[in-house]
Write a protein that binds this ligand. Sequence first.
Ligand SMILES: [Zn+2]
Ligand SMILES: [Zn+2]
Length: 258
Amino acid sequence: MIANYHTHTWRCNHAEDTEREYVEAAVARGIKTLGFADHAPYFFDGDYYSGFRMKREQYRDYADTLKALRQEYADKIDIFIGAEMEYYPKYFAKTLDFMNEIGLDYIIMGQHYMDHTESWHAYKETEDEMVLARYVDVVLEGAGTGAYTYIAHPDHINFRGDEKIWHKHMFRLCQALKEMDVPVEMNLLGFFDGRHYPRKDFLAIVKEAGTHVVLGCDAHSKQQMGNVQIAQEAMKWLGDIGIVPQKQIPLRKPVILR
Ligand SMILES: [Zn+2]
Ligand SMILES: [Zn+2]
């Protein structure tokens, strides 16, 4: 791996290690392009405050810390300031504006919930086509804004129903993403942990649709940064399916174009 765009930090309350520790781990493992995509703060209504994202008050320090490290490590590695962000249409523009004002190079979509109430986690097993269809619709609507650089773990949606229905909606997703030129991630954290994603039957659909693929460490600790053995096993998995992942991808400006 020479690039990783999916790195968390201690700031989100469920990951460990400082920005500097991740940078040093990445340099040690030969990564040349390092994107931080910690869980974005979000502007919700009322008193709901997410416990698994950085707080809004922390964003400036996050960006400033990365800007300083970018200078300091300039001869060793390229560092980018990003965020992993759900697509919640109601709050999306306001939250993006806030981060762009301070400093933001790109965002990736990590859609863990069905909507902004965050009462319905997508990893909950379902056989309901309506749920799968809705998830795909939300991801496509978000990708359609033009703001997202890639889609993290699109197979987070834990559909366990009919194979044909899975194929129908995931092919629709992959085809549209290909047309928009938005890559999908093979998530190495899920791979390492033996989670329900990445799914081989999803990646087969990705291959069929011709959507671009990128490996993402989704590092929540410095040990998960650029782990060579994991990356090799993942490459073998992809090789069996016939997928060659992109080594590096262009970053999209995180602004709403459409
Ligand atoms: Zn996380
Ligand atoms: Zn993540």
